[in-house]
Design a protein around this ligand. Sequence first.
Ligand SMILES: [Fe+2]
Length: 294
Amino acid sequence: MTEIRRLGGRIGAEITGADPNALPFDELNGLLLEHKALVFRGAHLDDDAQLRFAARFGALTRAHPTVPPVEGRPDILPVNGEEGIRSNVWHTDVTFVRTPPAVSTLRALVVPAYGGNTLIANSAAAYRDLPDPLREFADRLWAVHTNDYDYALPRTNADKAAEYREVFTARRYETAHPVVRVHPETGERGLFIGGFAQKLVGLSGTESRDVLRLLQKYVTRPENLLRVVWNVGDVVVFDNRITQHYAPDDYGDQPRELRRVTVAGDVPAGVTGEESYIVSGDDAAHYTPLAVAS
Ligand SMILES: [Fe+2]
């Protein structure tokens, strides 16, 4: 029997006893829009079933604009936390392109005995938490997102990190997005920043860092977080338009393997309806079927 249980006061619901591909789409999408992140326990999807699940939300992207996919599976990104390339930075997936994915799905194939969780934050709750003057300030800001920065910090294996960085930035992208994005389906406003947001339009580098740090603190308040403790076979889907996530690097050298499939998203718009624009790089048409050049 299908059971749905809220996991936090502001984000997350857990669904047990349901095949994610059998749940009626209206119900599934309604749950996603409401809870922002859904955890399907014991779903045990294989590659094809995960692709089918993600495709329920719309056309799929390729695995990644620059990182190679799982062998023979162009739409599946391996997430396997090798030394030096762990995503322990708060981010929203692929926001350096003009049309970042709308929805991300993850499934767990191998999980460590401890640690290796995924944290997901509700960026709409963060926006609502801002004091009025800060909210009005944020409404007017634009941020330049880029893949060309030290996303993968050298850990114990600096060579591997350098190699990954070279792959990650094989094509360079810079896109200006509104700091406050209006969700295309719900109209809800959320802070659309995260790790790829490196600079605010019209501010210096130092000012940008200070303001982004201030806003980001609201995103990562414990109240706004869901912590997913993985079991093999779990499937997680989150709304990439209005969340950020983070993979704590706390599992030592234990193996951890997830697979990610993302759904193509449209061009973000801010509170005035103004749309994101490319600063440099291409429209990533090789990556997303919803690429828009200008
Ligand atoms: Fe991610």
